[in-house]
Ligand binder design. Structure first.
Ligand SMILES: NC(=O)c1ccc[n+]([C@@H]2O[C@H](COP(=O)([O-])OP(=O)(O)OC[C@H]3O[C@@H](n4cnc5c(N)ncnc54)[C@H](O)[C@@H]3O)[C@@H](O)[C@H]2O)c1
Ligand SMILES: [Zn+2]
Ligand SMILES: [Zn+2]
Length: 348
């Protein structure tokens, strides 16, 4: 049977249309992947709802989706590491490979990166996509494509924990119990943290964190600084991974981290931070750093899930068929509090 390619195209805010699109073919260094699972990310929902994130503005028609996995159905002549039929996860950001950031080992900071579903580049909510094989990672037999799709947010969590230097025995505070906070929780535990405290202001979100093994603090109802003091016998936490990124959470981070501890800013909840106390930053010799996406972490994420160190399925809220993409986005937006991750799957 001849293959047909169809995309879920965003034609206006909150409006999808299914459109036939050309069947792609693999260039010499590419594979064509039949998509099997696509995760709905906070950024996708933002583009769907508002049409822009900062300077990135959607021009309609636009295709969303960047957390994805599928099956290789065609490969170019130079592709050696993959075979037809392999299940692969696609790392969605393809850097230029030649700029200063790429050459100095920071390819995640490449100014010319082509990132799926970040304007002007379309995403992957379609049946078939051609993609550079170097950014297609083979999944072991025991990983599903749904798990493969969720490696993308997981790589961010792994980068957060790795950058924070989380190690065996540490106490870690994670601010924000959204998808990113939760994948960071999974990663911090996998890196050996003994105690992970997660803060949020929404009880339902904290419940998920508790189920995944965190001690939780509702920072709207409880005094976060006091609670952290109690939980650490006055010492403070070794590492703060701020996955909310509001003034209040950054201010709390520098207050509750122990002397010589680390703060990693992951979230960007506000355009500007105000009210950050200078004293604790100056007195405690803390390291404050940030992460942007990830680099070279897909293999780590794959091994962590395949070996059972991380159970990524725990963040899935609901699964939808490709035909129900509009519903997957509607619920992600309208039921945001009880949604961590909607996943769109493509039935055979
Ligand atoms: N650095 C990166 O590479 C990277 C990658 C992806 C996402 N992000 C950013 O990470 C952040 C989290 O992403 P997400 O998808 O989980 O978003 P999200 O909105 O689902 O989660 C943020 C959470 O923070 C909570 N929150 C709000 N105020 C708080 C407070 N005072 N204390 C504690 N929690 C509070 C919210 O209730 C929410 O649950 C976003 O800002 C996103 O833009 C960064
Ligand atoms: Zn994402
Ligand atoms: Zn580059």
């Amino acid at each position: 049977m001849e293959k047909k390619n169809r995309a879920a195209v965003l034609t206006a805010l909150k409006t999808f249309e299914f459109q036939d699109i050309p069947m792609p073919h693999a260039g010499a260094d590419e594979v064509v992947v039949q998509l099997k699972a696509v995760g709905v990310c906070g950024s996708d929902v933002h583009y769907y709802n508002k049409g822009r994130i900062g300077d990135f503005v959607v021009e309609f028609p636009f295709i969303l989706g960047h957390e994805c996995a599928g099956v290789v159905v065609e490969k170019g002549e130079n592709v050696k590491h993959l075979e037809i039929g392999d299940q692969v996860a696609l790392e969605p950001g393809v850097p230029c490979g030649t700029c200063e950031m790429c050459r100095t080992g920071h390819y995640n900071l490449c100014p010319d990166v082509k990132f799926l579903a970040t304007p002007p580049y379309n995403g992957c909510l379609m049946n078939y996509i051609a993609f550079p094989a170097a950014y297609a990672f083979k999944l072991p037999e025991n990983l599903s494509c749904t798990e493969g799709a969720l490696l993308e947010p997981l790589a961010i969590g792994i980068n957060a924990a790795l950058t924070g230097g989380v190690k065996l025995g540490d106490t870690v505070l994670i601010s924000g119990s959204g998808c990113i906070g939760l994948v960071t929780l999974l990663a911090a535990k996998a890196y050996g943290a003994s105690k992970v405290i997660v803060s949020d202001v929404i009880p339902l979100r904290l419940e998920t964190a508790r189920k995944l093994g965190a001690i939780t603090i509702n920072s709207k109802e409880e005094n976060l600084q006091e609670r952290v003091k109690e939980l650490t016998n006055g010492r403070g936490v070794d590492v703060v991974l701020d996955c909310a990124g509001f003034s209040a959470t950054v201010a709390d981070a520098v207050r509750v981290v122990r002397p010589a501890g680390k703060v990693v800013v992951v979230g960007l909840g506000a355009d500007e931070w105000t009210g950050i106390p200078a004293g604790p930053i100056s007195n405690k010799e803390i390291q404050i750093t940030s992460i942007f996406r990830y680099k070279n972490l897909y293999p780590t994420a794959i091994n962590a899930v395949a070996s059972g160190s991380i159970d990524i399925k725990g963040i899935i809220s609901r699964t939808y068929n490709f035909d129900d993409t509009p519903e997957a986005f509607r619920t992600a937006l309208e039921c945001a509090t009880e949604t961590v991750k909607n996943v769109i799957v493509f039935p055979d």
